[in-house]
Design a protein around this ligand. Structure first.
Ligand SMILES: CC(C)(COP(=O)(O)OP(=O)(O)OC[C@H]1O[C@@H](n2cnc3c(N)ncnc32)[C@H](O)[C@@H]1OP(=O)(O)O)[C@@H](O)C(=O)NCCC(=O)NCCS
Length: 166
């Protein structure tokens, strides 16, 4: 379970100004700090991990401003990102990326748990994603099911995966 530990003041912009106040949650037994972050902070990891052939400026999505974005930090370094989009009681997450050198250390799991608890707290009944086929095993370990809806986009194969969480 996550517990609300109040509010923190974050100055995540490079200029160090324009501080903003964000809610902060903590996961019991997690060695990674997970916080909500501004959309633009996800772009660099998105690019490096998911779209190394693309340019950084191509990482922005029109929908970014409608999403809730989470970052996992180790020693203040951003090592994982994921973006969550609400459609009623359905929550879709997108652009899940853990820094290449930091994979298989539990960061993805911690982010997924944090995000699921967050969504539950917001009244979610279902959480889903378009899973890269290469990541299906990761989601299955976390209780997601394959839906059989398969598609390809830009040379990659995907399957819609979901978890009903009521
Ligand atoms: C998929 C991804 C987010 C997982 O994050 P991670 O931090 O490496 O995952 P974790 O270390 O928390 O792994 C949790 C468990 O899933 C397993 N796992 C991780 N990636 C896996 C994969 N691609 N396939 C099958 N199992 C996987 C781990 O071995 C671990 O198993 P264990 O609990 O038995 O030890 C990360 O590997 C990544 O960013 N991949 C490249 C981008 C990508 O494919 N994103 C998903 C797009 S849908």
């Amino acid at each position: 379970m996550i517990s609300d530990v109040g509010f923190v003041i974050s100055n995540l912009n490079s200029a160090g100004s324009n501080n903003i106040i964000m809610p902060k949650f903590e996961i019991e037994n997690s060695k990674f700090d997970i916080e909500q972050i501004r959309p633009e902070l996800t772009w660099r990891l998105r690019q490096r991990v998911m779209y190394p052939q693309s340019k950084l400026y191509e990482m922005e999505m029109e929908e970014d401003n409608d999403g809730i974005h989470f970052g996992a930090f180790e020693d203040n370094a951003l090592v994982g990102v994921v973006s969550l989009f609400q459609q009623g009681k359905d929550f879709q997450f997108r652009k899940f990326a853990v820094d290449t050198g930091m994979q298989n250390k539990g960061i993805g799991n911690a982010l997924l748990k944090y995000m699921e608890d967050f969504a539950l707290n917001e009244g979610a009944e279902r959480i889903w994603c378009n899973a890269r086929v290469s990541a299906i095993g990761f989601y299955m370990k976390f209780g997601f099911f394959k839906t059989g809806k398969i598609f390809s986009k830009n040379g990659l194969d995907y399957e819609v995966m979901e978890k009903v969480i009521v």
